[in-house]
Design a protein around this ligand. Structure first.
Ligand code: DGY
Length: 328
């Protein structure tokens, strides 16, 4: 690890962060903030890499190997604001001697809440009903009006049983769902028992038997299009699919084709393969709830994410291993 300069390090932040975090950054470092919150162009990103001692990027910055090659001699730390690091070429960062950190843990409960909101909203037709009321089309209660499906007693299949997957499992049990999961590694028996969760070694077999599927794995080369057209076709036509992880984990075109043909009951999507671009067909579907990547978007959570960024930078500058170091 290269030594940091004696003067205050230049910390370049690529997006606007919550006010208290920006105040702390200004107090502690020579911080260059993005006050108008415009997304950095590739040129701006490259220039920041060339100049900074520490870069604070977010998921809207693509730090691929070409941008990484612009790293100047002063750059030592990429302190990402966010848990997911799929926008950063971690291997290339490490080859250049750059340390990468992220902000896990503090967004677990908020993301699980939003996931639960989608798991409720899609089968109970929440946004469809709300649109109808706003459009002045509600003519009154009837015994068969806008019936959805109950969650109680239904099977929830969680793909990726890390912190967020487990937090979703805890919530879903409260709604009377039975918990099933697929994960690279099986959970310790005591954790599995605590969650009353059933492990499926075969993802294909789990997909074919669930009522709701929720994704909680990171986007990596191994999980890109994990839900491929072939796997999506295993889902039962009455099943719902919820994604608060990363859009790239689902073959979105295949999902849209299935939804158009009625081969899936509905979907709740907080993330998209080419966000912020949305497949226009999704916009026409009533059985799909669409959110603009809001999983961790609470004031409390975003401040805590910022505090993690500060802790990671401080630890690194003080010569310690930062607590949230991301290894290749
Ligand atoms: C993350 O941190 O990776 C989320 O997707 C953004 O909140």
């Amino acid at each position: 690890v290269r030594a940091m300069p004696q003067t205050k390090p230049l910390v370049i932040v690529t997006r606007k962060l919550p006010d208290p975090i920006e105040t702390r950054l200004m107090e502690l470092f020579d911080a260059r903030l993005n006050l108008d919150d415009h997304p950095f162009s590739r040129d701006e990103l490259s220039a920041a890499m060339a100049e900074a001692d520490v870069l604070v990027p977010t998921l809207t910055d693509r730090l691929d190997s070409a941008v990484m090659a612009q790293a100047g001699p002063r750059l030592k730390l990429l302190a990402n604001f966010g848990a997911g690091t799929d926008h950063i070429d971690i291997a290339s960062a490490h080859q250049r001697g750059l340390t990468v950190t992220n902000t896990p843990d503090v967004l677990t409960e908020d993301t699980a809440d939003m996931t639960m909101a989608l798991i409720l909203a899609v089968p109970r037709r929440l946004t469809e009903g709300e649109r109808l009321v706003r459009e002045g089309k509600w003519t009154g209660w009837t015994p068969t009006f806008m019936m959805g499906h109950r969650l109680w007693g239904k099977r929830l299949g969680i793909i990726g049983m890390g912190r967020i997957g487990q937090a979703v499992a805890r919530r879903a049990r409260g709604f009377g769902m039975t918990i099933h999961y697929h994960n690279r590694r099986r959970l310790h028996e005591s954790v599995e028992q605590g969650l009353e969760a059933t492990y499926w070694e075969s993802l294909d077999q789990m997909l074919a038997r669930m009522d709701v599927i929720s994704l909680h794995c990171p986007h990596t080369p191994a999980t890109y299009h994990l839900l491929s057209a072939r796997r999506l076709a295993l889902l039962r036509p009455h099943a719902y699919l919820v994604n608060t992880a990363r859009g790239e984990v689902i073959d979105e075109n295949a999902l849209v084709r299935m939804l158009s043909k009625g081969e899936l009951a509905g979907a709740g999507l907080d993330v998209f393969e080419h966000e912020p671009a949305i497949n226009p067909k999704l916009l026409t579907m009533d059985n799909v709830v669409l959110l603009p990547h809001l999983g961790s978007a609470t004031l409390e959570g975003r401040v805590e994410m910022g505090e993690k960024v500060l802790i990671n930078i401080k630890a690194f500058i003080d010569g310690h291993c930062p607590p949230d170091r991301v290894l290749p």
